[in-house]
Unconditional design. Structure first.
Length: 97
């Protein structure tokens, strides 16, 4: 598996809108053929901090995700709502295999 953890700090006044935009992206992303998981996590201690857990079958499937309309709509919609640029961390998924 090819996994990306995307760390996002959201402006306080846009948290609810951001979460809704993520939900819409999540619903479409989980239908992609190479998607294995697409979780939206919100910090219990810092509500403006959100982590997107994106797991794809391989790097090509993750790259294909970036070409979808729903991802591009999410990216453009939320760009102004972030307190600082999002940061992605790449991982190789070991288990489940």
């Amino acid at each position: 598996m090819y996994v990306t953890l995307v760390h996002v700090w959201v402006k306080k006044e846009h948290v609810d809108e951001f979460i809704e935009a993520c939900r819409l992206n999540h619903e479409q992303s989980t239908q992609e053929p190479g998607n294995r998981r697409f979780d939206i996590l919100r910090s219990a201690e810092e509500p403006e901090y959100v982590v997107l857990y994106e797991a794809y079958a391989d790097e090509a499937a993750a790259a294909a995700h970036k070409e979808t309309r729903h991802y591009q709509a999410w990216r453009d919609t939320v760009a102004g709502w972030m307190a600082k640029p999002r940061r992605g961390e790449k991982f190789n998924g070991l288990y489940p295999a």
